[in-house]
Design a protein around this ligand. Sequence first.
Ligand SMILES: Nc1ncnc2c1ncn2[C@@H]1O[C@H](COP(=O)(O)OP(=O)(O)OP(=O)(O)O)[C@@H](O)[C@H]1O
Length: 328
Amino acid sequence: MLVIRVNGLAKSFKVAKRSSGLTEALKALFYRKHTIVQALQDISFSIEPGEIVGYIGPNGAGKSTTIKVMSGILVPDQGTCEIMGFTPWKNRANYVKNIGVVFGQRSQLWWDVPVIDSFELLKDIYKVSYHDYQENLTMLIDLLNLKDIIHTPVRQLSLGQRMRCEIAASLIHNPKILFLDEPTIGLDAVSKIAVRKFIQDYAKEKKVTVVLTTHDMSDIEALATRIILIGKGQLFYDGSVTTLRESYGSQKILTIDYQKSNVELDTSLQSLILSKTEERIILRVDTKTANVSKIIGQLSSQVELIDVSIEAEPIEDIIIKLYKEYQI
Ligand SMILES: Nc1ncnc2c1ncn2[C@@H]1O[C@H](COP(=O)(O)OP(=O)(O)OP(=O)(O)O)[C@@H](O)[C@H]1O
């Protein structure tokens, strides 16, 4: 069963072209030139219930435009989009009861009123029963640690506090699908981890389907099981994180601690070195061309090993490879 089916989606924007200088500005009063920006061209994918999909791509790739189409805010020029049996931009009032949306760059809360008032308004807008609202609110306050801030006006909150409230607001009506557009943008490390943990636990507990756009690959690493990569409005990669790692992540980061030594490493290892001190060496090893255990053996014959750790290649590096491969 599929909850989201997107097929052949295309969306362009007409943008007024403005040249600099007074004469050009005067001319523009009578004759305005336009250019067409093709934000999406022929995007297709489908998503199963409970999946957490990282929808990624460089700046201007078309991620937010896709989320806006899927939320029913934008109408595409071409293509179809079916989400839980709805076409998002038709019958919007009924459709939005099924989705929660967070735009990290924009607030959906009323700026001058205490957070709890915004929650109550959303409860009325989505026609949530008093009982369901109370139950859900208690859980969200607890999980997102909102107790001390819900009576504060939104404009007085820090970005991290506001983001936790934004996420709670998007879930007041218990939606089955959650669209998160850069939910951790601008947050400090501790807040990012708190937000990620919440999303992970909540999605699992409530079996919510999540589409997440982010430039922070740690978000992807922590949350996504599948990646859809777009660039210049086109889809380039769609697959599980495991498959992506198997296909592109052959490199391992090998960290070796040893008794203080000024040893010169074999020349065969020199090119693998990322950093080296008298007590630690970090190597990047491509498992397609080199053997990790052989390297450890080689080193152990030269120095006295204390500790060895092998880490998978960071997802960020794999994504950079994809960006390069597809030239996006
Ligand atoms: N309302 C709009 N009017 C004109 N052009 C737009 C509009 N919205 C988006 N675009 C253009 O469409 C393209 C895709 O934009 P979009 O915001 O979807 O990208 P994105 O992948 O979310 O980028 P970012 O990572 O920078 O947020 C860009 O070239 C952008 O300038």
